[in-house]
Structure formats: structure tokens, C-alpha cells
Design a protein around this ligand. Structure first.
Ligand code: SER
Length: 317
């Protein structure tokens, strides 16, 4: 029986993950949590305000709902983390440690999203291997690399069933991303549909690994549902779908909306993007537990435009 707690449930990943979990396990078995109450209380799911830096509060919630699985998504992303490095460390590292402590005590299965941000300037940029240099330049990357070490430690020292993915930039339509370096890839669609010129904060040739939200949700559920023996890496698996540059995304959007234009005004996020890989080798995830992506750039753009149009029609009516 799965009784699931999702932290950071109203973020970019959480919003779609909760829907998928409710479909698979039933809405009464999914408890959403976040650092503040959502403005719309229309949701039929249970929502708890939870500060993951408060270990006692987290443990009480786990005991109260008899939780056996935690999807621990609460985190500050890369750009936000540079603005608030102390808070980033506290939420991302201490929050994870509290979840892993609870996992050890209550025998929980845990999902932890790591990131391409664990890599840095000395990491090979092309076909970045599973095991390679990790020299992150952002506080966010430092917290995710530390998180990977913690996951590996709790799995091997205490037998905690923790599973993790090094996620690339996620492209989604339900909830906006907040404070990440790959956010330009989502913002571009919104500007295009409003017939606005998008001001992109990275240069046109900036190429990063990306994944459509449906693939990301399948990857998360895939690794969590895989046989435990198949999960040979307990730090975090490289996973990816496709890589494209900002200019390639503009060109693909223009095949649907020919009048769309973009200008490039790089800011501090360019330095962050430049420190990350362009193309990731995720062959271990494909071999160990059968990871396969479905969406290429053309499919992502077609579906994003369709979903965002439907979304804005629903909110207007
Ligand atoms: N999407 C994240 C960010 O840009 C990377 O993990 O911060």
C-alpha cells in the first residue's frame, strides 16, 4: 500500500507529478505539501503546509498519515539559489537530510531530484558520463551534489531505498518554473503565444539538455517502480531526452508562429548555463531500469503550444 507525501508539491514538477500519482495510487493516498498554502483551495487532495527544514514537523506529518513513500521535490533552483545561498543550503541539504533520517526511521522509499547543475567547467560537455568530474559553480549545484552523496550514504550505510535522477531542464505548461536557469525554454512559449518579442537571458547558441514534462514524470515513476535490484546507482542517474540551443527552440516555435521573434540579452544566468553540459550520456539509466524518452523537439513544441492555448482558454472562460 502506497501512502505518498510530496514535498514542493505545487512547483513545476510537483504539479504534474501529483496528478500522475493520484491517477495511479488514488487521490486519498497522496498528501501534497509546500512551504505555503496554495491560493486555490479547489484541489480535492490533502494539502499540508510544511517547512522541510523543521525535522519535527516533517516526522509528525509522516507519522500522522502513515507515509511510506516521499517524493522530496522541495528545493530552491539555480538562479534563486544565487540570490539566497543560505536558504538554498538550508532547504536543499538540511531538508533532504531530514527526509533521509525519517526514511531510515520509518522505512520509507524516497525520490530525490538531482540536476545537471552538479556538473561544472571541468566536466566533459558532450556525452557527459555517469561518473565524472562534479565541480558545480552554483550553490544549487553544490547542494545537489551534496544531496547525491547523502543519498548514496544513507542507501549503503542504512539500506534506505532512495532513488534519484539528475534531471535536465524541464519544459512544462501546468505550473511555471521558478528561479531556474533553464526557465527561458518555458518562458519563450508564453511570450510567443502572447505575440510578444521574448527577451532571452542566454545567448542563441546556448545548448542544454532538456526534457518534456510527460517524459520527466515517466522517468520519476519508472525509477520508483523499478525492481530494487535494478537500481545499481544510489547517488543519482544521468537522464536526458534531447539537447537544443535557444536559437533552435526559437526556430521550431516559428514553424508554428512565424511572426515570433526573440532578442538575446544574456545576464548572470549565462555563466551558470555555460558551466553545464550540453549533451548527457544516460546509457546507465537506459540499461539498468529501461529509461526511454518519447518527446523530441518538434513533439514538445507542438504539444506545448496546444496545451498552453487550452490552458489560457480555460482560465478565460
Ligand atoms: N532546471 C534547473 C535550473 O535551471 C536545473 O536543474 O535551475
Amino acid at each position: 500500500m502506497n501512502k505518498i507525501l510530496v514535498t514542493g508539491a505545487r512547483g513545476q514538477l510537483g504539479s504534474d507529478l501529483v496528478t500522475a500519482l493520484c491517477q495511479q495510487y488514488g487521490a486519498t493516498n497522496v498528501i501534497e505539501s509546500g512551504w505555503r498554502a496554495p491560493s486555490d483551495r479547489s484541489s480535492s487532495f490533502a494539502f499540508e503546509v510544511l517547512d522541510v527544514t523543521d525535522q519535527g514537523q516533517l516526522q509528525k506529518l509522516i507519522e500522522h498519515y502513515h507515509i511510506d513513500t516521499v517524493y522530496h521535490l522541495a528545493a530552491l533552483l539555480s538562479a534563486k539559489g544565487e540570490q539566497f545561498p543560505d536558504r538554498c543550503w538550508d532547504v536543499n541539504v538540511n531538508g533532504l537530510r531530514h527526509v533521509l533520517e525519517a526514511a531510515q526511521r520509518f522505512n520509507l522509499q524516497v525520490f530525490f531530484p538531482s540536476s545537471i547543475a552538479v556538473f561544472g567547467p571541468h566536466t566533459p560537455k558532450l556525452d557527459t558520463p555517469q561518473v565524472t568530474v562534479e565541480d558545480p559553480t552554483t550553490m544549487y549545484g553544490i547542494t545537489k551534489a551534496t544531496g547525491e552523496f547523502l543519498c548514496h550514504y544513507y542507501a549503503h550505510r542504512y539500506g534506505v531505498d532512495v532513488r534519484s535522477l539528475r534531471l535536465p531542464g524541464i519544459i512544462s505548461y501546468s505550473a511555471p518554473p521558478g528561479g531556474g536557469t533553464t526557465d527561458f525554454a518555458v518562458e519563450m512559449f508564453q511570450a510567443a503565444l502572447r505575440s510578444e518579442t521574448y527577451t532571452c537571458f542566454v545567448r542563441p547558441e546556448t545548448r542544454l539538455p532538456m526534457m518534456y514534462i510527460s517524459d520527466a514524470i515517466r522517468a520519476i515513476l519508472g525509477i520508483m517502480q523499478a525492481d530494487s535490484n535494478a537500481i545499481k546507482i544510489r547517488s543519482s542517474y544521468n537522464v536526458t531526452a534531447i539537447s537544443f540551443s535557444a536559437a533552435e527552440l526559437v526556430a521550431e516555435i516559428q514553424t508554428h508562429l512565424p511572426h515570433f521573434t526573440c532578442r538575446y540579452v544574456p545576464d548572470f544566468r549565462q555563466t551558470i548555463a555555460d558551466s553545464w553540459p550540453s549533451v548527457i550520456d544516460d546509457s546507465k539509466a537506459r540499461a539498468d531500469w529501461g529509461w526511454q524518452h518519447q518527446y523530441d523537439l518538434a513533439a514538445i513544441v507542438t504539444e506545448m503550444l496546444e496545451k498552453l492555448r487550452a490552458h489560457s482558454q480555460n482560465t478565460q472562460s
